[in-house]
Design a binder for this molecule. Structure first.
Ligand code: FES
Length: 164
């Protein structure tokens, strides 16, 4: 019976689970989840650390994320000024981030649509990615996302999306 309840209540995603029912969430790795702005977040010290830096290399902030979050979502949640004009639909390059080569090399190759958008990104480097396409895994713990000096908004000029 427990197995049936468990199957109904959770969606497994590799190494973690997400409850589909708010009332059942406490049974899903309770020591690793806290609520922040109504979103389940890792308890301090248990999440995947993401460091954000500005284009000059100055530290902006370090935050913790869950496996499966993407860099754009994490930036928005923590008020890091990474635009994301198309809200992750791979139709802009305003979520462009520059990654350290050792982390970049661990990521799957970008899809063609991401490469197309990256070609339009300001300050493109060999280790550039779209933040909305970088899904965090435990292997990326400690990753640094450096924001470029500027972005080129081909999607909605001058309009920044509101937080969800
Ligand atoms: S938010 Fe537009 S491509 Fe990532």
């Amino acid at each position: 019976m427990y197995a049936n309840v468990f199957k109904r209540s959770y969606i497994w995603n590799d190494e973690f689970c997400v409850s589909t029912r708010p009332a059942a969430r406490s049974a899903c790795q309770p020591e690793r989840l806290v609520t922040r702005h109504g979103i389940e977040r890792p308890a301090p010290g248990t999440g995947i650390k993401v460091h954000f830096k500005d284009s000059k290399g100055a530290h902006i902030k370090t935050v913790e994320a869950n496996e499966g979050d993407n860099i754009l979502e994490v930036a928005h949640e923590h008020d890091v000024d990474l635009e994301g004009a198309c809200e992750g639909s791979v139709a802009c390059s305003t979520c462009h981030v520059i990654l350290p080569v050792e982390f970049y090399n661990q990521l799957p190759e970008p899809e063609d649509d991401e490469n197309d958008m990256l070609d339009m990104a300001f300050g493109l480097t060999d280790t550039s990615r779209l933040g909305c396409q970088v899904k965090l895994t435990r292997a990326l713990d400690g990753i640094t996302a450096t924001l470029p000096a500027a972005t080129r908004n081909m999607f909605v000029d001058g309009v920044k999306p509101t937080k969800h």
